[in-house]
Design a protein around this ligand. Structure first.
Ligand code: ARG
Length: 448
């Protein structure tokens, strides 16, 4: 870049960013991503930046299939011939005159994208890169036919994807560019919807990711707020409840859900006009758009010996500021079996432990909830509550009758959740002997 010299602060942020990206860079090497976008990418002037990011993904060893559309180009071609576009249920009706426009618009759009992918100007991210772009007859088509009394004529649906051929091409380190026009076995051409082609290709090659570059930042909830991550079931509910989405997101959503159900690892929805959206989504933990998965990204699980390091890291700052008592590696190693973890996309973001306490005759079965910690970045998402509820459920399963918490700082948090302040007499004899009078923790109790 070489313009303004960077300050130490931005350097530190850059280093932090690259480090955060490292696990993703490792994980994505050799994986297959399908990136799908409409022809608007060319008409809205965002193609250049997009192509740079695509080249970067390619250089990291990610196998890329690009599926493009050409709606605005087809509309322009039709307008120049005085033809009016016709749509039914969001799908173009392609008569013979329209098909001529489709062929031309698709051809031109494809050539322009290939040209963009072939740049190698010095001083651009593409300098020195060579992307070998292939494509061709990977898709065969069939007619959509007559729907609701509307004859779609040359509008087609995907009949078959030559998945093995695409896979073989990707293995040769080619970028596969797919244009949504395809022939039927009888050699007749059909106009296809790019979102359907993207779904079909991603499903057929069992892509690790299907990325839709759309007209908005992602999926919205009923309040119109961006949904950062959701499961397929949650996405189906959005559809069922007809929660309003931007026009393009609404069009791609049903296929996105099917792809996710049929084995595509993750489906992402990103704003195509946001510079660098793919980089921010793919190489940060929290992403920037919406990600759809089959299983929730965050899950509770029991800790294993491999998690000791993660737990130590999580509680170290809280031990340092006195919120938690110091435990030390050895103790955590010995007691790791007591811990439950909140795993967010492979990163341990929270932990809590359950220690059943030895009791004497006449005392109720009591356990201590200890070491509840959540990474600062994740504190607002209710993860603390998920961990607390999980520990309470574990305790109940062990027939524990009362749960105690010793805390110096978080008493109010527990009180809001049904814990009551009690004296140290509420502790079983065994635990009372270990009570640290210096810390003067409050003792809170919840009867289960
Ligand atoms: N970078 C990760 C990925 O590509 C996580 C992305 C999370 N995205 C989100 N919108 N919450 O899978």
């Amino acid at each position: 870049m070489g313009q303004a010299s960077s300050t130490p602060l931005t350097d530190a942020r850059l280093v932090a960013w690259v480090r955060q990206a490292a696990p993703y860079i490792h994980a994505f090497r050799g994986r297959a991503f399908v990136i799908a976008f409409g022809g608007e990418v060319l008409t809205e002037g965002v193609a250049q930046a997009l192509i740079h990011d695509i080249a970067l993904l390619d250089s990291m060893g990610i196998q890329l299939v690009l599926v493009h559309g050409a709606r605005p180009q087809i509309d322009a071609e039709m307008a120049s011939r005085g033809l009016a576009p016709r749509f039914h249920n969001g799908l173009r009706v392609t008569d013979a005159a329209t098909l001529e426009c489709v062929k031309r618009a698709m051809g031109v759009t494809r050539i322009e994208i290939e040209a963009l992918l072939s740049q190698g100007l010095p001083n651009t991210p593409l300098a020195g890169a060579f992307l070998r772009v292939t494509g061709g007859n990977f898709i065969s088509a069939k007619p959509v036919g007559v729907v609701d009394g509307v004859d779609f004529q040359f509008t087609g649906a995907v009949r078959k994807v030559e998945a093995d051929e695409i896979r073989a091409d990707l293995a040769q380190e080619n970028v596969v560019l797919i244009t949504p026009i395809a022939a039927s076995p009888s050699g007749e051409l059909f106009n296809l919807a790019w979102e359907e082609v993207a779904e079909a290709v991603a499903t057929a090659i069992k892509a690790d990711k299907l990325i839709f570059l759309c007209d908005s930042a992602g999926l919205k909830d009923a309040q119109g707020q961006l949904i950062e991550a959701l499961t397929v079931e949650e996405a189906e509910q959005l559809l069922a409840k007809q929660v309003a989405q931007s026009p393009e997101v609404a069009r791609v959503l049903p296929g996105a859900i099917r792809a996710c159900c049929n084995g595509v690892g993750r489906v992402h929805f990103l704003d195509r006009s946001l510079d660098g959206a793919m980089l921010m989504e793919l190489f940060t933990r929290e992403g920037i758009g919406t990600v759809m998965t089959r299983a929730p990204l965050a899950r509770l699980r029991e800790a294993t010996p491999e998690d000791v390091g993660a737990v130590l890291q999580l509680i170290a700052p809280l031990e340092a500021d006195g919120t938690l008592v110091k435990r030390g590696r050895e103790r955590i190693e010995m007691e790791i079996g007591h811990f439950s973890l909140l795993d967010h996309d492979g990163v341990v973001v929270g932990c809590a432990a359950l220690y059943p306490l030895p009791r004497q005759r006449g005392e109720p079965a009591t356990a201590e909830l200890a070491c509840l910690a959540v990474l600062p970045e994740y504190r607002r998402e209710g993860f603390g509550d998920q961990l607390r509820r999980h520990i309470e459920a574990r305790a109940k399963a062990l027939k524990i009758k009362r749960l105690v918490v010793l805390t110096t700082r978080a008493a109010h948090w527990f009180v809001e959740r049904g814990y009551v302040e009690a004296g140290i007499d509420a502790l079983p004899q065994s635990r009372r002997e270990l009570y640290n009078w210096q810390r003067r923790s409050k003792v809170l109790v919840k009867n289960l």
